[in-house]
Design a protein around this ligand. Structure first.
Ligand SMILES: C[S@@+](CC[C@H](N)C(=O)[O-])C[C@H]1O[C@@H](n2cnc3c(N)ncnc32)[C@H](O)[C@@H]1O
Length: 314
């Protein structure tokens, strides 16, 4: 069973305000919480095009469709960075009423000990969202990157204060043998970080390293930049772009994109006249990111770090 409690669903629906026969894209199907709610609102005359990199998420929704019908949901196993190509192949010339992305991992992926996302399993080092991807990218990062490259990944993508110490420990450990399992990686991190970090009850000491390796493995920040830019091209005027992010790196990208695209001119202020010709294409709806309600925070700890931003195509 592919389980995930959707985060900030009420706020996402309020932002998208779906109505009968409208057309939406859910870039990150996951457990299908957003897609099912959108499908109920748009009805069989509408469309919810739902993509996910994880074949398990697609298979789960196909099973739900077998049981409940829902012809308005169209699933596609694809990286959302290819959303424009997916749309032009399946629905050429169609513009959408809203596009939503709920970034990162689903609970189903995190809790599956056979996959490389949890600190607790004995799984191989594979943090690809697509479990069938056997290119060995995570293992290659851990075992083949140089020390400065590892430090960059851990610092830039994990915001890890002990990046240098962890990178050094990884390099030392792999002189003995390749690090091939999650457990070996966690053990290695444990040798590198101070006791106070290991005893921190709020954050497991491997969290930041795992986040960094996952982002590097999947090219997550680059994918996000691409999908934001492409989403603008397939939204209707008045259509809404909604992004839910779970760490500051993603939220910063979403924020900067929305700010940039809501400006008419990007020339340096000292220029007397505009030479860039840039025209605003978005109106920002959420000046500050929305966060989960107290009730949701109590019921779903995963919602703690969620930040939701909304913009409207002009
Ligand atoms: C937080 S979950 C989405 C949960 C979903 N909103 C729900 O209500 O169940 C994020 C999903 O995005 C998928 N994902 C992450 N990066 C992706 C990408 N570049 N392209 C497509 N799917 C991606 C993951 O596989 C995961 O299933």
């Amino acid at each position: 069973m592919y389980t995930h409690i959707p985060v900030m669903l009420t706020e996402v629906l309020a932002a998208l305000a779906p109505r009968q026969a409208q057309k939406y894209i859910d870039c990150t199907l996951g457990g299908g919480g957003y897609s099912l709610a959108l499908a109920a609102a748009v009805g069989v005359e509408g469309l919810v095009l739902a993509t996910d990199l994880d074949p398990a998420a697609i298979a789960n929704m196909e099973q739900i469709k077998l049981e409940r019908g829902l012809p308005q949901i169209k699933t596609v196993h694809s990286n959302f960075k290819n959303i424009k190509a997916v749309v032009s192949e399946l629905y050429p010339d169609l513009l959408f009423d809203g596009i939503v992305m709920d970034l990162g991992l689903s609970s189903a992926q995190l809790s599956d000990l056979e996959r490389g996302f949890s600190f607790n399993g004995q799984a191989g080092l594979n943090m690809a969202f697509d479990a069938s991807d056997e290119s060995g990218q995570t293992e290659a990062i851990v075992n083949d990157y140089t020390e400065p490259e590892l430090i960059r990944v851990l610092r830039d993508y994990g915001e890890e204060n002990y990046a240098g110490r962890i990178a050094k420990a990884i390099i030392e450990r792999r002189r003995e043998s390749r690090i091939t399992t999650v457990a070996e990686l966690v053990e290695t991190i444990a040798t590198a970080v101070p006791a106070i970090y290991k005893n921190d009850r709020r954050l497991h000491f491997a969290t930041r390293t795992f986040q960094a390796l996952r982002i590097e493995t999947n090219g997550e920040l680059e994918n996000l930049r691409v999908v934001l830019a492409d989403a603008l091209e397939i939204l209707k005027p008045g259509g809404r772009l909604v992004a839910v992010s779970f760490h500051s790196l993603e939220d910063r990208i979403v924020k900067q994109f929305m700010v940039l695209e809501s400006k008419d001119c990007l020339c340096p202020p000292k220029l007397p006249t505009c030479v860039c010709g840039h025209r605003a294409r978005l109106k920002i709806i959420t000046k500050r990111p929305q966060t989960a309600s107290d009730e949701e925070l109590n019921n779903n700890p995963r919602s703690r770090s969620a930040k939701l931003r909304v913009a409207q195509k002009l």
